[in-house]
Design a protein around this ligand. Structure first.
Ligand code: ZN
Length: 675
């Protein structure tokens, strides 16, 4: 069978052949690609010559190319343009892929060769990038237990098996508890304060469950508007308490024992691999490097943000007193914040939208990329696409050299998952003196145009577009030898720097003047609106900071010490929250038993990254502001030392080379109005 998925696409003229792909092509292509990748690994392990950087480490990085390309096409389609058939294929091929990746990571012959190169690393004349690649390949095995004796290896597999079962169960319990609660309202008076959209949605939920009136649930799209707008305080309390009690009710869905089991197993696993704690194990591969650094970073920020947070809490309490609220509770926070925000700024999102026509915003992002990095975006309609709505561009630099293919897919559709993300169809690398350029894509779910109106974005959508475009620039400007170190292949607490940095331009008059023009009158956005956007963006930032830090510190408490003596999840959590509390504790509620980020998803010992990245982006933007936000020299330094370097050097080294010094939190505190 002639299978388009097995054809290479390396140049601007051959891109992913979407129009020729049929669903029937996927499974045979995966079979062939996995066999090919396995054969490529065999060539490395069967080599009779002594292991060298070139014949082992480099060869390993260039192996599996067909499989990588195929996987990115398939999984991107499964996110952006899926259907039942694709989802079924995904379920079938996922075990094939995990089996293949296990075969590689447990391949002892392969590890022996990698280790033999690693052991000689000090005598090899490697470039910085090559040393990084060697380190990464070696750790890929060692962090997975390759150095352990057979007994310990068996223990490790046992722990891993239990951990994956437990986190699955943790997630199932949270889901079951989320679904188990519903708040039915039949008295219209109790809906007071809620926006029409939320009321309509609640009606639809009630209808779908064959119930009368309106139904609210603990799902975010239902829960958040209710907590933000519903005037009925006792109902807000009821909903908030139900939310906070998830998996903490001593019933069959309780997660307390699971939390304790998970942290104990993670600790054992870390010890087995030679690390003091799970946090030490995780952070070894992050910019922050150690739990001690994360904790001191958090405490330093906490000390600075706390006075502001207390002031804001007082302000909010005083504001709520007018309504007769004697003591502000957790279920009052979002509600009175929203009311106070409205009173202080009266920022009408609808009045902003006419200044943000999608086409203008995209042109704006392109102009900014051109001013900063000399990039030209040319729409090329002949590039093959998976849906007619996808826009396709060829990107070149000032010399006219081809830099990247850029796809942009903006509107919601059936078959596209929620949210916004950046992805790639082909990464970047260099081989035989040729620089093979990347194919980058951003996928969003923005307001669609109607018959009478173009797509007018909310301000939140504008910053989302810039955010994803920042990730895309990281991918497009990549300039490394090895694809596994290219572009956004950097540590978690560094990857959001380019994306969050770019959002800063959305708040600058000089940048907004380039594109924020009324779609009918072409009038630029009024300065006082820009000022209001800026002020509203840092509203109650002290309280927000405290909240984020408290979650990060809770995460660190669970994973940065020995869990042997922990008896009560709730007591342990209260201890960790000491020093960040503003609201009175709710004794029947617990955060940890539903903290899916760290107990179900992959964010354990990583929650601090949100704040960490904010410190970085504020500090970096401060540097841009010193010499003008379009200063070419600053932009060149950013492109040269951060965007083009990917993961070829340690993030702190790259950052310091760009900035001239280490990042510090002053710029963030200033931006947030906390100084
Ligand atoms: Zn991001």
């Amino acid at each position: 069978m002639n299978n388009p998925l097995l054809e290479a696409f390396n140049t601007p003229h051959t891109t992913a052949p979407f129009s020729q792909i049929k669903n029937k092509h996927f499974k045979p292509a995966f079979k062939i690609a996995i066999a090919k990748a396995t054969a490529e690994i065999d060539v490395i392990t069967e080599n009779n010559e002594e292991a060298t950087f070139k014949n082992t480490i480099e060869k390993l990085d260039f192996s599996g190319y067909t499989l990588d390309r195929l996987s990115s096409v398939f999984f991107n389609l499964n996110s952006a343009e899926t259907n039942n058939e694709i989802q079924k294929i995904a379920q079938e091929i996922s075990p094939w892929l995990s089996e293949f990746s296990n075969d590689v990571s447990l391949n002892e012959k392969l590890f022996k060769r990698v280790k033999s190169v690693y052991d000689q690393r000090n005598n090899l004349e490697l470039t910085i990038e090559q040393s990084m690649l060697l380190d990464k390949k070696y750790k890929g095995f060692s962090r997975n237990g390759a150095n352990l004796n057979d007994n310990d290896k068996t223990s490790l597999r046992e722990i891993d098996k239990n951990l994956s079962k437990l986190s699955l169960k943790f997630g199932e319990n949270v889901l079951a508890e989320t679904n188990a609660f519903e708040l039915q309202i039949t008295d219209k008076n109790q809906l007071k304060g809620l926006p029409d959209g939320a009321i309509e949605a609640a009606k639809a939920v009630a209808k779908s469950r064959n119930q009368k009136g309106w139904m609210f649930t603990l799902d975010y799209p239902s829960y958040i508007p209710f907590m933000t707008y519903a005037d009925d305080r006792s109902l807000r309390e009821q909903l908030a308490k139900a939310f906070g009690a998830r998996a903490f009710q001593n019933n069959k869905n309780d997660n307390q024992q699971i939390v304790l089991d998970i942290v104990k197993l993670r600790h054992q696993r870390a010890n087995l691999l030679g690390y003091t704690t799970h946090a030490h194990f995780v952070l070894e591969e992050r910019m922050a490097e150690t739990p001690e650094k994360v904790v001191s970073f958090s405490n330093e920020l906490l000390a600075k943000a706390k006075p502001a947070a207390k002031r804001e809490f007082e302000q909010l309490s005083t504001f709520a007193k007018k309504d007769g609220i004697e003591k502000l509770q957790k279920w009052d926070g979002a509600y009175y914040s929203e009311k106070l925000k409205k009173e202080l700024f009266n920022l009408d999102q609808e009045a902003l939208k006419p200044y943000f026509k999608l086409e203008n915003v995209i042109e704006g992002a392109f102009t900014i990329a051109q001013k900063l990095f000399g990039l030209q975006f040319k729409e090329v309609t002949t590039i093959d696409k998976y849906h007619q709505e996808v826009k396709t561009y060829e990107v070149t630099n000032t010399n006219g050299d081809f830099i990247a293919v850029f796809y942009a897919d903006f509107f919601p559709r059936k078959g596209k998952r929620n949210g916004a993300w950046m992805t790639s169809y082909k990464s970047q690398w260099k081989t035989n003196g040729e620089n093979s350029r990347p194919h980058i894509s951003i996928v969003c779910n923005f307001t669609k145009p109607t018959e009478t109106k173009p797509s007018l974005l909310t301000f939140n959508e504008v910053t989302t577009l810039f955010h994803e475009f920042g990730h895309a620039l990281h991918g497009m400007l990549a300039n490394t030898t090895y694809s596994s170190l290219s572009g956004t292949s950097v540590s978690w607490d560094f990857v959001e720097l380019p994306s969050q940095l770019l959002e800063n331009w959305c708040y600058e008059k000089e940048a907004l003047d380039l594109f924020a023009k009324h779609y009918k009158t072409n009038e630029p956005i009024p300065m006082e609106m820009v000022q209001k956007i800026k002020e509203a963006a840092s509203f109650l930032e002290g309280m927000q900071t405290l909240r984020q830090l408290s979650f990060g510190l809770l995460d660190m408490s669970w994973h940065g010490g020995s869990p042997e003596d922990i008896k009560s999840v709730k007591d342990f959590e209260n201890e960790a929250f000491k020093g960040t509390n503003l609201y009175p504790d709710v004794k029947e509620n617990c955060m940890s038993t539903a903290f899916s980020h760290i107990f179900q998803g992959g964010y354990s010992s990583g929650y601090y990254s949100y704040k960490w990245a904010e410190v970085l982006d504020a500090d970096a933007f401060e540097y841009f502001k010193e010499n003008g936000i379009f200063n070419k020299e600053t932009a060149d330094k950013f492109a040269e030392n951060v965007l083009s370097k990917g993961g070829t050097e340690k993030p702190m080294v790259l950052y310091k080379r760009f900035r001239g010094k280490k990042p510090n939190s002053t710029a963030l505190l200033k931006r947030a109005g906390l100084l």
